[in-house]
Each structure stands twice: as structure tokens, then as C-alpha cells.
Design a protein around this ligand. Sequence first.
Ligand code: MG
Ligand code: ZN
Length: 223
Amino acid sequence: MTITPRIVEVRQNVLKKNDVLARELRERFQRSGVYVVNLVSSPGAGKTTALTELLRRLGRSYRVAAVVGDLATDNDAERLKESGASVRQITTGTVCHLEAEMISRALEGWNLAELDYLFIENVGNLVCPASYDLGENERAVLFSVTEGEDKPEKYPTLINSSDLAVITKIDLAEAVGFDRARFIEAVERVRPGIPVLEVSARTGSGMDAWVARLKAARQALVK
Ligand code: MG
Ligand code: ZN
């Protein structure tokens, strides 16, 4: 007979509950015709800066909004609002990832049918966001050039649950001696075939390609 340790059992129940809520969210997003992207990365990889730029660019022709999770402060929401988009902050306190329930609560009173894109900026963490489905259409994992080329292999689960890998701060690549080929090889070893974008929100390099990808993805969804 195998005995499941209690802590594992509790965790499984939490995840099961999350999956049920995530399914409801996904159905709601679909009905509303909103394309939802979950951005995950370690702290400091540049999610907020990249997202501000995405919101600004997509916001020219689409209705965009964002929900951002942090342990504390609403600094990121304030920064994201500079793009002109509607933004809501989720402060998680001690919880190091976003859960479907937090998203549901944050969306209360928002008419999703009035949105084309909703971005979720997850709490900076490369571990547990992998386990929490938020009902998103797409999960994008961001790595900055300052993080080292072997990072993808240290956090395989998150890459395996992602649809897109984005290398950020590419304008700093040379200064920090970023080995692009080695990084992409590491990504390929973990998740062969995952698309990899290289961007700099500061110079704008690669941002058009990202926006084009998002436009095509939504097009495929709503047609
Ligand atoms: Mg942030
Ligand atoms: Zn966590």
C-alpha cells in the first residue's frame, strides 16, 4: 500500500481546484473573444518594460488591458498604465505565483467582450507559475541576456509549459557577453521547436515581430 503524504495531497487538491477555475476562465475568455497571454519569468527579466511596450504598440489598433501580479506594491501597475491601457494590480502577499482564482477576482466588473487582448504579468518566479493554468491562450517565458545561457535547462518545467520563449534586453547582449547560440541550444534541448524571439523594449528591436505574432494568433482564434 502506498500512502500519499498529506502535504502532497493538499497540493494536489489546490491544483485540481485551480484547473477547474482555469477551465471556466478559458471558456469565458473564448466567449468574449479576448486573446490572453500569461507572461512568466524570473524577477528582473523585464516583463513590465516589455509589456508596457506591447500594450503601447497593440493599443494603437486594439483594445488592450493587463493584470499584473506582485508580492507587494502596485508599482508595476502604475508603470504599465503609462501605456494608456487599463491595468489592475494583484498583490499576492506571500504567494509567489498567480492562481486562476486571483485572476477571476481581479477581472470582476470588467467587460471582457470590450477587450481584444488581455495580458497577465505573473509574479517573477520560474518555478510554480508552471503549475498554475490561468486559462490563458498562450504562455510566454522571458529570459534576459543577463541571466546566463544555462537558465533554460535549470527550469525545464516552465519552458515545457510555455508556447513562446522571449530573450529580453537584447541591446545588452554584447556588453554582458551573452552567448546567443548557446542559449538557443539550451532552449532547444529542453523544448525542441519552441519559437524564440529576441527583443529589446528599450530600442524597440524585435518588438514588431512579437506584435505581428500576437496579431496572427488572435486572428486565428477569432475567425
Ligand atoms: Mg514586473
Ligand atoms: Zn508560487
